[in-house]
Design a binder for this molecule. Structure first.
Ligand code: ATP
Length: 239
């Protein structure tokens, strides 16, 4: 579904990604694990076409065998990519419902993509958001804000979700709920690439993992390998 070949990225003269090659197959949940500063956010931004504001890139990115390297972010979104940034990007002065209905609902992934989520379906899956639908987005708790951003991107019918640390700073109950939702999302036809520092969560939710260090993919691990090496990975990540 997604294929990255020899992707490099720079901030000015400083190189943040070095010849990254990886793939995500349809129906998978894949995590990118790595220490702070390893390049995880930069990689997601490159995939979404957002790195151009910061510096240059090299390498190729293809989605469904189509080269999307030169496409603008909105064209990538139309092609089926959905992005959940780490700063969440909620509109502060708008209510929860306005945040959910602002973007036009469209079938981002074309005919073969999953159905965009209706408002009813969002409220069924995220009852907290229904209760808070008239409140300004920023009065929500961190967990509720994360739910709002996930729900907003699911309303586009994205085929591949790029999620930047959705569990960061959340209580265990919300972390568990995010895990359930990601599995539900996958069952409904959306593939997920997830940046994650919480190795235990990553091991529970994902099929495969890439370990990123100093801008390079240094290991590719399956679910069992991560479970076996959970303690070693936690130590490596400094958690
Ligand atoms: P974190 O978990 O802390 O977000 P990360 O793995 O996502 O880390 P990136 O944010 O992608 O890492 O950063 C990769 C490298 O690029 C780091 O050395 C970082 O200092 C540098 N970097 C990131 N953003 C910028 C920027 N806007 N300008 C200059 N350098 C940057």
């Amino acid at each position: 579904m997604l294929r990255v070949d020899g992707l490099s990225a720079w901030y000015g003269e400083a190189q943040a990604l070095r010849e990254v090659s990886m793939r995500v197959d349809e129906g998978e949940i894949v995590t990118l694990v790595g220490r702070n500063g390893a390049g995880k956010t930069t990689l997601l931004r490159c995939l979404m076409g957002l790195h151009g504001a910061y510096g240059r890139t090299a390498g190729t990115i293809s989605l469904f065998d189509e080269d999307i390297t030169g496409l603008a972010p909105h064209a990538r979104a139309r092609g089926g990519l959905g992005y959940v940034p780490d700063d969440r990007g909620i509109y502060a002065t708008l209510s929860v419902e306005e945040n959910l209905t602002l973007a036009p609902v469209r079938k981002a992934g074309g005919a073969a993509g999953p159905e965009p989520w209706s408002l009813e379906r969002v409220y069924e899956t995220f009852p907290h958001l229904k209760e808070r639908r008239r409140s300004p987005g920023t009065t929500l708790s961190g967990g509720e804000q994360q739910m709002l951003v996930l729900a907003r991107v699911l309303r586009t019918g994205a085929r591949l979700l790029l999620c930047d640390e959705p569990t960061e700073g959340l209580s265990p109950l919300f972390v568990q709920r995010i895990g359930e939702i990601l599995r539900e999302v996958r069952a409904a036809g959306t593939t997920v690439l997830l940046v994650e520092q919480n190795v235990h969560f990553a091991a529970t939710v994902a099929d495969r993992h890439y370990l990123l260090a100093e801008g390079r993919i240094v290991e590719s691990l399956d679910r069992d390998q991560v479970r076996e090496r959970e303690h070693q990975l936690l130590e490596y990540l400094g958690i």
